[in-house]
Design a protein around this ligand. Structure first.
Ligand SMILES: *Cc1c(COP(=O)(O)O)cnc(C)c1O
Length: 434
């Protein structure tokens, strides 16, 4: 049955009747799975029939999550991994291993930025960073025959800058490269990037997807439109020993075996299997539970964040509010098209009293918790330059306007009026003498 989002997030990926009628998804801790007979064992190993063999490659509980996320994200297939950074790393390596260029904005999660800038170059993968991911002309001028992907976050953290996914995907596809998106902030509830032209999407499931700050994890999802055999990605067209020769057959490539699913199959069969950042089935269970309430949580967080941003923009101590979801935002048209339900629960603002006042506000708030997570049921506060964004170089911080005066908030599920009152008392108490 083809259902809408709110139904799919509850019912997809798991059938109680197949698991002793357990209403909630079952946690399968087993490391290895009974192959039963010589014949069945061989067929499972060759991928000829569905089945599990060893939990580094796949696990039933993680499988429920992969199916449920695929369903709500409009994906052909998903792979669960141990963290959002594992999802990022496997995606980038699978795209550009052995050498290649990525085009990405500076405006990225600190870990992704640090990896693209300092670690992935050690593996032959270099990144050209751009100031504005929506500057299509500039991006087009940077694409050459070594370029393997355009990569962006849908909604950036902490500036909430929205990427024009349909325009970027048209541009990427004209040059035979995929659009790769980190959709952690908005989650599939606010936007499903594959439906707007993205080819590969990944998530930190640690954040809004599971939503209670209790289970680290990540997921990579794929559509089924991109042509991985267009000559730019030899890793998908090279014959692969494990796919057939191991069983005595004729050598085939990931593309020959799986067509447009070559990318996502290879994430599992090469990267997850050989590099091993496995998602624990217990964490997959927490994430499945979280997804069952995603609409109510992310919807409320987004609407509360809008109220809080509106309050902050009237506070005389606040010199700037970064929340593209406010009416009159320069991105209002784009947001109406791509994110009609809102831009999410993360926002940032600057205080006129600089770092000194930031420190006082952080020590003065009563409800906001000082910790480096987002998308939690609790409201959270951080100073990005000393925590989540310390990887940004001073020049990049300046470019993005993330300074010592900046505070980032992740809005939780409390009453927004209580949150406004908390911020208001903290900002008043921290005001420096005029
Ligand atoms: C947190 C985060 C990540 C990394 O996820 P982990 O689960 O912490 O590894 C990647 N991208 C974004 C946008 C994030 O917020």
């Amino acid at each position: 049955m083809n259902c809408n989002f709110d139904t799919t997030r509850i019912h997809s990926g798991y059938q109680a009747g197949d698991h002793f009628d357990s209403a909630t998804p079952v946690i399968y801790p087993s490391v290895a799975y009974w192959l039963e007979s010589f014949e069945r064992g061989n067929q499972i190993s060759e991928g000829k029939i569905p089945g599990f063999s060893y939990a580094r490659v796949s696990n039933p509980t993680t499988g429920f999550l992969e199916k449920r996320l695929s369903a709500i994200d409009g994906a052909a297939e998903a792979v669960g991994v141990g963290s959002g950074m594992a999802a990022f790393t496997y995606t980038m390596l699978n795209l550009a291993e052995g050498g290649g260029k990525i085009i990405a904005p500076y405006d990225l999660y600190g870990g992704s930025f640090d990896s693209l800038r300092t670690l992935l170059p050690q593996f032959g993968i270099t990144t050209t960073f751009v100031e504005d991911i929506n500057d299509l002309q500039h991006i087009e001028s940077l694409i050459d025959q070594d370029t393997k992907a355009i990569f962006t976050e849908t909604v950036s953290n902490p500036n909430t800058y929205v990427a024009d996914l349909p325009a970027l995907s048209d541009l990427a596809h004209r040059h035979g490269i995929p659009l790769v998106v980190d959709n952690t902030l908005p989650t599939p509830y606010l936007i499903q990037p594959l439906k707007h032209g993205a080819d590969i999407v990944f998530y930190s499931a640690t954040k809004g997807l599971s939503g209670q700050g209790n289970a680290i994890g990540g997921l990579v999802t794929s559509g089924d439109q991109f042509n991985w055999a267009n000559g730019k990605f030899p890793q998908f067209t090279t014959p692969e020993f494990i796919l057939s020769e191991a069983a005595g057959g004729k050598p085939v490539s990931f593309w020959e075996a799986y067509g447009s699913l070559a990318f996502i199959k290879r994430v599992r069969m090469k990267y997850l299997r050989l590099m091993g950042a496995v998602l624990s089935p217990v964490n997959a269970y927490f994430q499945l539970m979280g997804i069952e309430t995603i609409s109510e949580r992310v919807g409320k967080q987004s609407s509360s964040a809008k109220k809080i941003a509106a309050y902050l923009s009237t506070n005389p101590q606040v010199t700037r509010v970064n929340y593209q979801g406010l009416p009159g935002s320069p991105q209002a048209d784009l947001i109406r098209r791509l994110l009609p339900k809102g831009v999410g629960g993360v926002l940032s603002f600057d205080l006129q009293g600089g770092r000194e006042q930031v420190a006082k506000v952080i020590n003065q708030v009563k409800l906001f918790k000082y910790l480096v997570n987002i998308g939690d049921s609790r409201s959270l506060i951080v100073d990005p330059i000393s925590t989540t964004h310390r990887e940004l170089t001073p020049e990049v911080r300046q470019l993005l306007g993330i300074t010592g005066s900046t505070i980032r908030l992740s809005i939780g599920l409390e009453d927004p009026q209580d949150l406004i009152a908390d911020l208001d008392q903290a900002i008043k108490a921290s005001a420096l003498p005029a």
